[in-house]
Design a protein around this ligand. Structure first.
Ligand SMILES: [Zn+2]
Length: 110
């Protein structure tokens, strides 16, 4: 059952998630875990299948520069760009409002 506390908890989780997005817009690459080198997934699967079928202890395929993050090791997290854009827009609007208010004040004092 969905109660008010559940909704509140949802909002809290969302807030924490947004905060983490704001503080860390770039996350570690999920494929190479920040090591920049990763075994291509297809090769890894082939290696797994080979090992499983033949029971060999062949060494893991050599890692190559990660293609997911283009060997940067970091990846922009989903939503972080949208979040930053939204915050910038809200800030811009607030700034515009403040400037308008200041201009009105100056008009009055003159
Ligand atoms: Zn990567």
């Amino acid at each position: 059952m969905l109660t008010a506390s559940h909704i509140l908890l949802g909002f809290a989780v969302l807030a924490v998630w947004l905060l983490s997005l704001w503080v860390h817009p770039f996350g570690r690459c999920p494929r190479c875990r920040g090591r920049r080198m990763a075994v291509p997934f297809g090769r890894y699967l082939i290696w797994l299948a080979y090992r499983h079928l033949t029971g060999s202890t062949r060494a893991k395929p050599r890692p190559r520069p990660c293609r997911v993050c283009k060997a940067i090791g970091r990846r922009q997290r989903i939503g972080s760009r949208t979040l930053h854009r939204t915050v910038r827009r809200i800030r811009g609007e607030l700034d515009g409002q403040r400037k308008a208010r200041q201009a009105a004040l100056e008009e009055n004092t003159r």
